[in-house]
Design a protein around this ligand. Structure first.
Ligand SMILES: CC(C)(COP(=O)(O)OP(=O)(O)OC[C@H]1O[C@@H](n2cnc3c(N)ncnc32)[C@H](O)[C@@H]1OP(=O)(O)O)[C@@H](O)C(=O)NCCC(=O)NCCS
Length: 172
């Protein structure tokens, strides 16, 4: 797989990526940072600003397009400057794979890549959240060395959230 930040010329492949989710009955696009509800040029500006300057609340973050050959198979977002409280509440890493490319091992590879980037950024550990009933995501985390930290009721959505941590080997 290969990974890079999005560019303006990716507009068509991203539109196709979003459409495939909609055709599959999915309105929310994981790790897309509002792609389907924001003007594309503004979205692109935000993604590059997040990467280069950062946001006052969320710090710097990276959103990668994840390709297998020429095909966009997934989106991966990671925040490596988060204050501890936001990290614990929202997690440091998010990912999604397009419906037709699931169960081929891509999310496992994408998370491994994210961990490598976070390690290079000097992070000691990452926190990831997922719904308990999202077995695909939980398995992806466990396959990358995730250890369950806690489970909490998400009262608004009536689902249980799980939080995992993965140690990155950097010393405090
Ligand atoms: C979660 C998601 C990213 C997994 O992507 P993927 O590329 O299919 O995952 P992988 O192929 O790397 O599979 C990882 C593990 O999960 C398992 N898995 C994948 N889909 C599964 C499913 N629907 N049910 C149960 N297990 C599943 C795989 O078999 C694999 O485990 P194994 O190696 O023991 O067999 C993908 O289903 C997705 O995009 N879902 C919607 C968005 C989402 O939930 N994002 C995560 C938010 S926390």
């Amino acid at each position: 797989m290969n990974f890079r930040l999005p560019e303006l010329f990716d507009k068509d492949i991203l539109r196709d990526y979003v459409q495939e989710h909609h055709d599959n009955g999915e309105n929310s696009i994981s790790a897309s940072l509002g792609l389907s509800s924001t003007d594309f040029a503004q979205w692109m500006e935000k993604i590059h600003r997040n990467a280069e300057v950062g946001d006052a609340q969320w710090g710097k973050s990276l959103l990668y397009l994840c390709f297998e050959g020429e095909k966009l198979v997934g989106l991966l977002s990671l925040r490596y400057n988060l204050p501890q409280s936001l990290s614990e509440a929202f997690g440091d890493i998010g990912y999604g794979v397009r419906p037709t490319e699931r169960r081929k091992g891509y999310a496992t590879q994408m998370l491994a890549y994210a961990l490598m980037v976070c390690r290079e950024k000097g992070m000691e550990q990452v926190i990831l959240g997922c719904y308990k009933d999202n077995r695909a995501s939980a398995k992806t985390i466990l396959k990358n060395g995730g250890v369950l930290l806690c489970e909490t009721d998400n009262y608004k959505k009536g689902r249980i959230s799980q939080y995992y941590t993965i140690a990155l080997g950097n010393r405090p």
